[in-house]
Design a protein. Sequence first.
Length: 276
Amino acid sequence: MITWNMHAHTTVSDGELSAEEVIQRAVDEGLSGIAITDHFPFPYKPEEPVDWTTSRRVFERHLSALDALRQKVDGLEILKGAEVEYVPSLDTLAHWLEGLDLDFVLGGAHMLDGWLVDWSEEVFCRGQKIFGGFRAAIECYYEAVGELAESGLVDSIAHLDIVKKYNPDARYFNEDEPWYHQAVEHCLQRIAATDVAIEVNTAGLRVAVGALYPSAWILRRARELGIPVTVGVDFHRDYDRVSAGLTAAEKALRAAGYDSYLIFRGRQAEALSLGR
């Protein structure tokens, strides 16, 4: 049974609840632990107004507030995390992370050359124009994810195939096409050569695509390659549950052949059994 959520956002970035409110939800829903993973750092030179991430100064204050909450809350382990943004100069990302006291770092690619991958369907479709087609855009995305994993700056890759968010019924591209499988396979091979995990993210169940990230075939291949996993709800909205989709995530992990998932304390992985 999965009783941890390793991906949750607060009002420090683009969540609707304060850290204290998110933590109380987690207690009420019976979780054993939660990682608060607000977006950081602020991407530079954005093509669109960015209100979904935060500054270093605010983030440091946020981490101090989480330390205080740890002292107040019983029955729930609170981990200090971040969902960091891929930037073309990964040395810059390393500089931004330097000195932060974090338990867990998720890595995500949301913005590539002015293309916001998961902002809205309209903005997603701009990738076709920016890159000269959806295939080129998606191949660029998976290259960025592979580069982020190889950087050694993150512990787990968030929502690996989030490019399918606005693609129900193969609206813009077909996951069965050889080029798509090749792009995913190359990315997974790069991840497998590192110590980085991938996330089973339940947010896709709550949008039009109606599926976990990643798709079942990708998760099976990750298991074959020995890539470990973390599990996250990607909690943002007041109307959602902090534990939303964890049962579905467990079912998918078992079907793919996994018997455990990871949590991180002080950037060190610990495997937790799925149990019987």
